[in-house]
Design a binder for this molecule. Structure first.
Ligand code: CU
Length: 362
């Protein structure tokens, strides 16, 4: 499979008529940023801000909340203002009136060992509380506009064509094993977070924001084992943690999990690296570094994924073939530590720090 590609440059509104043309970004919200630091520049050679990726909360969004609760415990709602009836819905087929959504984040997630999984709550990351939330998934809800209230939303609808090619082998029980999805968030409980800008005067090379999370292997293999229950385990199609020790089947007792693949999920332009350690042994299980594209023009053909402003995150892969390390055994009570680093030269919202992978039960 090719890596996940998300085109966030809003080309329809820009002026990149053909590959190689200089890119001019589309319109962006004018009031989106609210005192959390200087966002990435939107013009000039270092232009890296993407309103589509950072999902700023604009003045279309108003909030109600319970202001008596502690940071991170607040319940609230966001109301998204849609243009009046003269405007079409985003798909041109209907009118979408104001929409209200509950804001819900649980940044304080405990591991199976009773340890706080992530640091977002202790760092008081704005993503954890509706009163501080400045951008990200909760302001990017389906059919919500990312432009300000007084900005005209373009009528155009982006149309993409995607070609997918699948390679397969006939199932051979003698040499094929089920591979289960596994994953967890370094930004535990939120699945996204803000990268606050480094303090004024910090040398650029020191502008690195870091979050760490601690968990046990069983944290990504927990939950119901009832095959009939919704979101049940032992379903290979399950999105996140579709496994537990019982999924090995038969009368076997599973001792753990061997990863064959794991990929970090994080965003341009802030992602630097993500590391996963076995914290019982200190062994580095996987380190992934964001590889940024370099070509301002001509990123086509074989170079098509080397476009400036985009990143690739080459995954860790284990196996029995030449050149690959044998997968480590991650026993269910193995302690893991994940460290995510981000470039904090500018402030960013909606950054992510996820691990997503596949592995076998042993
Ligand atoms: Cu993401």
């Amino acid at each position: 499979m090719m890596p996940m590609q998300i085109d966030t440059k809003n080309r329809e509104q820009g002026k990149m008529d053909k590959p190689g043309d200089p890119f001019v970004p589309g319109i962006y919200p004018t009031t989106a940023h609210n005192g959390k630091g200087i966002p990435a520049p939107r013009s000039g050679p270092d232009a890296t801000y993407s309103g589509l990726l950072e999902c700023p909360c604009t003045d279309r969004i108003t909030r109600t909340f319970d202001d008596t609760k502690a940071f991170g415990d607040t319940t609230g709602q966001q109301i998204h203002y849609q243009h009046g009836p003269e405007k079409k819905g985003v798909n041109g087929t209907g009118i979408v009136q104001n929409q209200t959504q509950a804001f819900s984040k649980t940044c304080g997630v405990l591991s199976a060992a009773g340890q706080m999984q992530g640091e977002l709550l202790t760092q008081r990351n704005p993503t954890c509380d509706v009163r501080a939330y400045a951008g990200g998934l909760s302001c990017c809800t389906h059919q919500w506009f990312l432009l300000d209230k007084e900005q005209e939303s373009p009528e155009e609808v982006l149309e993409y064509r995607i070609k997918a090619r699948f390679y397969f082998q006939e199932h051979d029980p003698d040499r094929h094993e089920n591979i289960w999805r596994w994953g967890f968030a370094t930004d535990a409980g939120s699945g996204e977070y803000d990268v606050p800008q480094c303090p004024a005067g910090t040398p650029v090379e020191n502008c690195v924001h870091e979050i760490t999370s601690h968990l046990q292997v069983k944290d990504f293999a927990s939950g119901t084992s009832d095959p009939g229950a919704q979101g049940s385990k032992c379903d290979l199609r399950n999105m996140w943690n579709g496994l537990n020790a019982h999924c090995i089947g038969g009368n076997k007792t599973s001792v753990g999990f061997k990863p064959v693949y794991v990929g970090a999920h994080c965003h341009a332009p802030t992602c630097i690296s993500q590391e996963l350690y076995n914290s019982d042994t200190g062994e580095l299980i996987c380190r992934q570094e964001a590889a940024y594209g370099t070509l301002a023009a001509g990123a086509t053909g074989e170079l098509r994924f080397d476009e400036k402003g985009y990143l690739a995150v080459p995954p860790c892969v284990w196996g029995g073939e030449d050149g690959l390390q044998a997968p480590p055994l991650l026993a269910w009570d193995t302690n893991l530590t994940s460290i995510k680093r981000a470039n904090s030269t500018y402030a960013h919202t909606g950054e992510m720090a996820l691990w997503q992978g596949r592995g076998i039960l042993v």
